[in-house]
Write a protein that binds this ligand. Structure first.
Ligand code: HAM
Length: 426
């Protein structure tokens, strides 16, 4: 028999306790901040009908990046590559009963058939936060403030990340009205901008030239603007640009100041209708976006449901972990097991088990090492497993019912009764 490989599926992820602790830290922080902003947690199945993505998720993802197959009953199904269509489906299904504005968050795991690389895997988890039912930019203001607050909660400062804003409406104004491009040419320019960061400047200019001809210079000037007031008057006074300026002003007022305007932020999904944004790590080591989101007012139309305006974002755990690592923001993450009890002699193993149960009754997480190894070895094992405290149990401790607790990181020792040990560990 040939041995079965211990290698997991390419781009998929095993979480050993160390990775699991980091993921747990990220998820708890995501949950805490989302709930602090009034968002309620939801979840949907990992498998959906393929049709859910056909209409508006976008050609590249649907035809090249999904895990799609026929189930045993011949139905076309897809492992979700993103959460937004599922959340929209849930809103549409109960639209009559739900009350708006609706604030929902979820932490699904998603699958995309990508070429695994730094910051991009085939399996990732994504915090999604979406607000439904608001037509004005108060929705964008809240969603972007939430994204900003999430990063600050991890200890980040504004210089570590940058928020880039654009607007689908502004793009169509620029391409359609200002540059007077036909619909097809405008569409091709949009797709070209979406690929800009993945190609050389020369290739980009050549391809833009082929579509734009005499309008090339005008276009290149426009996409270099990182401030709205760099734009030509006619563009700057358009309704879409005014809306963006108003959002930027309100964000500044709330202390969100690391924002810039970037016409090359396109967002691959077809469902976005208004303001879109991405958040990038400013460290050159992490080029991939951390957050991506925007307004998608028409997605519920795919269910023939009444229109519900929506704004939201997704932030991935892979890029989030890279961000924390690059900026040295990962705190010391201990095991959930608070203390390891180690008997000096095997004859005290039973006492150790009884003591462990007493601590567990006080909600303290305990592991007992009853192997016949040396105490020194047992302490080393506890340390390797990131268990912060060790309690060594010998004849004296058993006789006097006073215990000595050692904190492994600092070497600090503490002596006391059971109650005092519990108080110390709680
Ligand atoms: P997205 O831009 O495709 O948006 O993904 C959002 C974030 O998820 C990215 O910025 C990145 O951090 C992470 N991400 C995406 N793909 C991968 C991957 N293959 N490996 C690791 N991380 C990845 C959406 O999915 C939208 N549905 C977000 C949204 C919610 N828009 C409105 N509401």
């Amino acid at each position: 028999m040939t041995a079965i490989s211990t290698q997991n599926y390419k781009g998929a992820r095993d979480f050993y306790p160390e990775e699991m602790r980091l993921q747990h830290y990220i998820f708890t922080t995501w949950r805490r901040v989302s709930e602090r902003y009034g968002y309620a947690e939801v979840m949907a199945p990992i498998l959906e009908f393929t049709d859910l993505y056909r209409a508006k998720t976008g050609e590249e993802i649907v035809s090249e990046q999904t895990y799609s197959f026929k189930d045993r009953g011949g139905r076309d199904v897809t492992i979700r590559p993103e959460m937004t269509p599922s959340v929209a489906r849930m809103v549409a299904a109960r639209q009559q009963e739900l009350s708006f504005p609706l604030r929902w968050y979820s932490i699904p795991n998603l699958w995309r058939y990508e070429r695994p690389q730094h910051g991009r895997l085939r399996e990732h988890w994504q915090l999604n936060a979406d607000i439904f039912g608001l037509d004005d930019t108060s929705a964008e203001l809240e969603i972007i403030s939430l994204a900003h607050a999430l990063l600050l909660e991890f200890g980040a400062t504004e210089d570590m990340f940058s928020i880039k804003l654009n607007s689908r409406e502004l793009m169509s104004y620029i391409l359609g009205e200002y540059l007077s491009l036909q619909v097809d040419a405008a569409h091709r320019v949009g797709k070209l901008l979406d690929r800009k960061s993945k190609m050389s400047d020369e290739a980009f200019i050549n391809q833009a030239d082929a579509i734009l001809g005499a309008k090339l210079e005008l276009f290149l000037d426009l996409i270099q603007s990182s401030k709205l007031h760099d734009l030509p008057d006619e563009v700057r006074n358009s309704q879409a640009a005014t809306e963006l300026a108003e959002l930027a002003r309100a964000l500044h007022r709330r202390g969100v100041s690391n924002i810039s305007f970037d016409l090359t932020i396109q967002r691959g999904f077809d469902y976005y209708t208004g303001i879109v944004f991405e958040i990038f790590d400013t460290s050159p080591e992490n080029q991939r976006s951390l957050f991506g989101g925007g307004r998608y007012d028409d997605l519920l139309q795919i269910f023939k449901s009444p229109r519900v305006p929506a704004v939201g974002f997704g932030v991935g755990d892979v890029t989030m972990a890279d961000f924390l690592q690059v900026h040295q923001l990962v705190p010391q993450l201990d095991s959930a097991t608070k203390v390891a009890i180690v008997a000096l002699e095997p004859e005290h193993n039973e006492d150790a088990l009884v003591l462990a149960d007493q601590l567990r009754q006080a909600q303290i997480a305990v592991a007992v090492d009853t192997t016949e190894r040396k105490v020194g070895t047992k302490i080393k094992v506890a340390d390797k497993q990131a268990i912060p405290y060790v309690l060594v149990l010998g004849p004296e401790e058993v006789a006097n019912q006073r215990y000595s607790l050692k904190e492994l990181k600092t070497g600090d020792e503490f002596n006391g009764s059971l109650e005092q040990v519990i108080a110390r560990l709680s």
